[in-house]
Each structure stands twice: as structure tokens, then as C-alpha cells.
Design a binder for this molecule. Structure first.
Ligand SMILES: [Zn+2]
Length: 145
């Protein structure tokens, strides 16, 4: 590959999300986030958790999280770190399980965001790495009605 070739060379699932995203096994399925439900009190969490943030139990079971959430808040960065497309929209998304998670928000051109709007989880490019690979992670995008 020449240095002038700007096309991404390959797609890689971000290792930081490898235990958080369940990719579909077939085209008819959709990806989802893997949550952890506390076996003691029912509190949901996501990511590497050693203890439940509510009751300090260490007993968890994995559960699929809802693919839909609502937009709690967001910010738009017009200057971004290396590898990230600008503008970069980061939002806090409320899930029905009682979780509020950070996520990139994919906004189409001409599309605007509103607090409280419905969002859908997708897997897509979050950034490009130093090797010009597309790094995939989870994002949320507005549900077009
Ligand atoms: Zn708990």
C-alpha cells in the first residue's frame, strides 16, 4: 500500500469494546450491547465491573441491553483528535435498563438532535488508527420516523 492511498485498509472491532458488543451471527440479526445485571439487586452495568455500584455484590449475569435509548445530552466537537471525523458528536444515552452511557452519536447531514429523542444502537466506524484501519465500535443514531 502506498502512502498516498487513503482508503482504510481493514476494519477492526475496537478491543476496548470486544466484551461489550455482540455482533450478529447472521444478516437477519442486529448487534447489541452486553450488559451485566447484578444477581443480588438487579442493577444493570456495562463494561468491566468488579462490584455492583448499588449493593457491592460481585455476582453478575450477562444480559442483552436494549438497542433503543433516548438522548439525555450531547456535545459537538468541531476540532477532533487524530483519527476521529469532525464534527464529533458525543452523547449520553439513557437505556430502559436504567443505564446512562456515553456514546458517539451518528448524525446525518441536515439532521438535528433533540434532547429526549429516540436513538438506535449501531456498530460503525468510530475512528481511524495509525495504520489507517477503520476501528469499529458502538454508536447511537436518531431513529428516522
Ligand atoms: Zn447489586
Amino acid at each position: 500500500m502506498s502512502d498516498l492511498d487513503n482508503k482504510p485498509s481493514k476494519q477492526i472491532l475496537d478491543p476496548a469494546f470486544s466484551n461489550v458488543i455482540k455482533l450478529p451471527d447472521s444478516p437477519s440479526e442486529k448487534p447489541y450491547l452486553i450488559g451485566k445485571r447484578c444477581c443480588n439487586c438487579g442493577q444493570f452495568t456495562i463494561g468491566k465491573k468488579i462490584v455492583c455500584p448499588r449493593c457491592y455484590s460481585e455476582d453478575f449475569e450477562e444480559r442483552p441491553l436494549s438497542r433503543r435509548g433516548t438522548l439525555y445530552s450531547y456535545s459537538i466537537s468541531r476540532v477532533t483528535p487524530f483519527g476521529f471525523d469532525a464534527p464529533l458528536v458525543l452523547g449520553l444515552v439513557d437505556l430502559p435498563e436504567g443505564l446512562r452511557i456515553w456514546s458517539q452519536i451518528e448524525v446525518g447531514s441536515g439532521e438535528s438532535l433533540e434532547i429526549g429523542m429516540d436513538l438506535e444502537m449501531i456498530v460503525g466506524r468510530t475512528r481511524i488508527d495509525e495504520g489507517n484501519n477503520e476501528i469499529l465500535g458502538f454508536k447511537f443514531k436518531p431513529i428516522r420516523s
